[in-house]
Design a binder for this molecule. Structure first.
Ligand SMILES: Cc1ncc(COP(=O)(O)O)c(C=O)c1O
Length: 478
């Protein structure tokens, strides 16, 4: 390990070595357990006497920063407590108030893996075809392919072609490769769209309840986020604000309720956007998992006027950690989206994009999807039936024909579902309350994901959830 110590002047060399090593331990450059160079070696590197280094080491050992082990050397001690006590020098730099507020919306990472995990958002990593994926990525990393000198910000051409074909076939989205821009997940697509479309303080309409990360991305860009209620048919178009610049919707599988936007609403939304000149951001995040019912046309393919931006992601069908998503945009916006992408992070990870293109082109994606569909279909059926048996008296499952989660409404709208969720957590069951997704009029309910929980654990998980349900819901056993 290299330690850089700068020695200015010759006075108090030992003190200088001591202070700089102490700083390095306190700010984490030297980590607990790490070995230090020998006193002889450090003295040689710094061109000071060995006595100088030895005296600095002795002070650090005496103060508990270092430990010396006979025959092994000198090592850094754990100093978490000491670090906490350090006073900042002067007033620390502060972010803009907007970002200070946004940082408070960050959810802390959950430390444990609950035994019965119904959390939303993630597919099952044990179903991921690791061997095939590793082969494709390794192929790209052999470095045999010529690297473009100026990679295009819209991403790898072969992947864009493969995506256009895939969504054309499976979702009837009208797109050619030129209409597709690869992003780092759907989230980056939202950010880029916001940058090129939305003026500061312009109203942007979102579903309520809705996906919070979209609204936050718009707030970060200075937009005014306006919640619009969702009912059984989807977003209530009659409640859209007159001057909205854009509206965000999840028509295939409303997040978080899971319902589908009716055809009548889709047509009304398109008519509204044509009349107002507003954009529609269609987030089709998990509709590859379709279980029953005929799929409705995406807004993008029903739209004759080119006002829909269709956003897709591989976070649910592959892995959220891959960070690959895309936006299908009208030609009028593509040059600006490319420029925004270039300024944000250039072109993403081309090697991964190429591996994904091969995964799609070689039919591996279609096979993977079929396997996932079978597995999730079974989990969903088990979940719905367990909900009916164990909690049928307390909750109603909302109709949902796609995706990786179902939501339920509590029959009693005043039930404290957050207390229920806390109780469940103590019983080893993780579920999500619906209330935090609302800004307007919340209705008590739960969202239950089946991406992470194995089929065999679902019935027991729901039984435990029922066992801790609020008193009046406890099933009467005869
Ligand atoms: C509604 C919705 N849209 C999009 C995404 C995907 O985001 P990303 O592609 O950035 O992982 C998620 C993921 O949880 C989601 O719930």
């Amino acid at each position: 390990m290299e330690v850089h110590v700068s020695l200015k002047g010759s006075a108090q060399l030992a003190d200088s070595v001591y202070r700089q090593l102490k700083e390095a331990v306190l700010d984490g450059r030297l980590r607990a357990g790490e070995p230090l160079p020998s006193t002889r070696e450090l003295a040689r590197r710094l061109s000071v006497s060995r006595n100088t280094v030895m005296s600095a080491f002795q002070r650090l050992i005496a103060e508990g920063f270092l430990t010396s082990r006979v025959g092994a050397g000198t090592f850094v001690n754990e100093t978490r407590e000491l670090r906490g006590r350090r006073a900042p020098a002067g007033r620390a730099l502060q972010p803009r108030p907007l970002w200070a507020a946004l940082s408070r919306t960050e959810e802390p990472p959950s430390p444990d893996r609950p035994e019965y995990d119904f959390r939303l958002g993630a597919p099952d990593p044990s179903l991921f075809p690791w061997d095939e994926w590793r082969g494709l990525v390794a192929h790209e990393l052999r470095g045999r392919m010529p690297l473009p000198t100026h990679p295009p910000p819209e991403g790898d051409g072969r992947l864009r072609t493969a995506i256009a074909r895939h969504i054309g076939l499976s979702r009837a989205v009208l797109a050619s490769a030129e209409d597709v821009l690869i992003t780092s997940g759907a989230q980056q697509a939202f950010d880029l769209i916001g940058r090129v479309l939305v003026e500061p303080r312009a109203p942007v309409a979102v579903e309520d309840p809705g996906y919070p990360a979209f609204g936050r991305a718009m707030r970060a860009l200075g937009a005014r986020v306006v919640p619009v209620p969702v009912d059984g048919e989807g977003l209530d178009v009659s409640r859209l604000p007159a001057r909205a610049r854009a509206v965000y919707v999840t028509p295939s599988h409303q997040f978080p309720l899971g319902t589908r936007m009716s055809l009548a609403r889709r047509m009304a939304l398109l008519a509204w956007s044509a009349q107002r000149g507003a954009a529609i951001i269609e987030d089709d995040y998990d509709s590859e998992f379709r279980f029953d019912g005929r799929p409705l046309e995406p807004l993008q393919s029903l739209d004759p006027s080119g006002r829909v931006l269709y956003v897709g992601t591989f976070s649910k069908v592959m892995l959220p950690t891959l960070r690959v998503g895309f936006v299908v945009a009208p030609p009028s916006l593509m040059p600006s989206l490319r420029a925004a992408k270039r300024l944000t992070d250039s072109h993403g990870v081309l090697e991964l994009q190429r591996a994904l293109a091969s995964f799609l082109d070689e039919g591996l994606f279609a096979r993977h999807l079929r396997r996932m569909l079978r597995a999730y279909h079974e989990r969903r059926d088990r979940l719905l039936s367990a909900l009916q048996t164990e909690l049928g008296h307390a909750v109603v499952a909302l109709p949902s024909s796609a995706g990786l989660h179902v939501s339920v409404r509590c029959i009693d709208p005043d039930v404290d579902e957050e207390a229920w969720v806390r109780g469940a957590r103590e019983a080893g069951v993780a579920v999500q309350p619906l209330r935090p997704y609302y800004r307007l009029r919340p209705h008590a309910g739960l969202a239950l994901g089946y991406g992470l929980i194995p089929a065999a654990k679902i019935a027991e998980g729901i039984a435990r959830l029922a066992a801790v349900s609020p008193g009046r819901f406890r099933p009467r056993r005869h």
